[in-house]
Design a protein around this ligand. Sequence first.
Ligand code: CU
Length: 183
Amino acid sequence: MMFANPLRWLRRCLLVIALTACSLALGAPAQAHDVLESSDPANGSSVPAVPGQIGLTFDHTPMGIGSAIQVQDGTGTDQADGAVTIVDNHVSQAVKAGAPAGKYTVIWRVASSDGHPIEGTFTFTAGAGNSSAAPPAAVTGPGSGGPQAGVVIAGGAAAVLVIAFAVVAVLVRRRLRSPESDA
Ligand SMILES: [Cu+2]
């Protein structure tokens, strides 16, 4: 019977949860990373003007941690404006108003939904048409805590679970000791 020995059962439960939390924190190697499906502008494309923002579309929704997108103009100056925004599987980065025409290199890094950092680079060429570069949207992306932040958060979640189960274990033990307990 499942509750024949509640304490043993709870300890086993606790162990399983702790192990799960650890493997999540370290990243399950069997799980595939998110994949960049497309970008806007597309890699190698020419656009009439510097776009107001760079868009990346992934096959899954990346975690909102440690994401960074550099939008380097022909001189290597980063024209990114403000924080990275993640909405579902779409990641965007506003571009500074008045960014110059020319060849651009976009260097992106996000945390894959399995917790691993993934990164890539693509290029496009912007013409001298009226720039649609605009101030960033009011929505700001999450902080860029770096890939370590994910481990810290997973560790915190594991600690909360462990504490919750310790409390349950104490309550069950107390109930078993009480004379009116019918467990
Ligand atoms: Cu991974």
